[in-house]
Design a protein around this ligand. Sequence first.
Ligand code: HAM
Length: 417
Amino acid sequence: MEIKAIRGFNDILPDEVGKWHFVEETAREVFEGFGFSEIRIPILERTELFSRGIGEATDIVEKEMYTFTDRSGNSLTLRPEATASMARAYLEHQLYTFDPVAKLYCIGPMFRYERPQKGRYRQFYQIDVEVFGVENPMVDAEVIVMLIHFLRRVGLEKLELQINSLGCRDCRPRYREELKKFLKQKAFQLCEDCQRRLETNPLRIFDCKVETCQEAIADAPKVNDFICPECQKHFDKVREYLEAAGLAYILNPRMVRGLDYYTRTAFEVVSYQLGSQNAVTGGGRYDNLFGELGDFDSPGIGFAIGIERLVSLLPKDREFVQYPHLFIAALGVETLIEVYQIINQLHLEGIRAELDYEGKSLKSQMRRADKLKARYVLILGENELKQGKAVLRNMETKSQEEISMEGLIDILRKKLL
Ligand code: HAM
């Protein structure tokens, strides 16, 4: 039987990969322009990093992690997200000793054992951006401004920025209790999972997709009605800075985010083109994460963009495939050795040139050049070569010209690049 890819794991085929390059290159350009540096972190980490960082009673940790025991008996997990790993790297390498403020981004695959559907995969890619070491609300607004700037740069439209404040260690416990009290009266409406969540982590009930749970939670108290004056002040400032940057946003008091590390500012960017998996980006502040992971405490804020979802929203009229500049149609196998030398030189010049290796007829070679969408075809026959000439055909205008083999590479470079 033929071996197929694992469910929820995708191949990104060559005709799609141009979009990925475009997204990743634009991300590097924009984020580095805002002073961020790339960090590359491992795909495997100790399971404890995520259970402590993301929270034991989250869907990700409870049921979505790819966890296994290695040959030495260590419990390891394929990273379901990058924030905890980046925080670990910051602590492990004491990046804070150089400067407590670290502006980092990373690009790569994440793994979650979710039910695959359009826009939701088991291996998916994120561009993850984090700022460690700044508590000031100005930086909350700054990362959001950068995110929106990036999304616009890649051509996304119909986006909505939603923000909320989730409070902090001081004010959230009171909200949790109020929410629990409220939901206890509706416990009969809750699914089995949510009945359990009611005790372990009632905020997660907001993320449940079961209709009766959604109904039960519809009039629940809102987290931002319970935030302390300090959190309120922080949130007011974030809003002020977003407004000063001319960014429109929507307050979404029901957005709680699926990871436990969040404090204060939480945000998502949703697209109305995406169907049910409509969040392109999610992020927020996590001022207690470092305390959970090590001895050095530091505030942090960041976001992650889902690349598959972003790529599916790119403007359809844009061309992302790199077609050949030139197809060389060689007539008669005797010329092949010369063609081989020419094509090697062209490749060194960065000219994308293709060739027919089988010595097929001119007609069949022209058909292939057309299929590959080559911009020009260089026709080389034995006679032409003897006379030191070749024919260059513009595939768009269909016009042909005779060019001299002498200085051929120079002529082609000028024409094609
Ligand atoms: P998240 O909301 O779990 O946050 O994921 C961020 C983005 O990754 C989502 O908005 C979505 O575009 C994409 N995504 C998540 N799960 C899947 C999936 N199964 N298939 C396809 N795309 C998916 C985080 O991961 C946080 N670490 C973000 C963050 C960074 N917060 C602070 N810093």
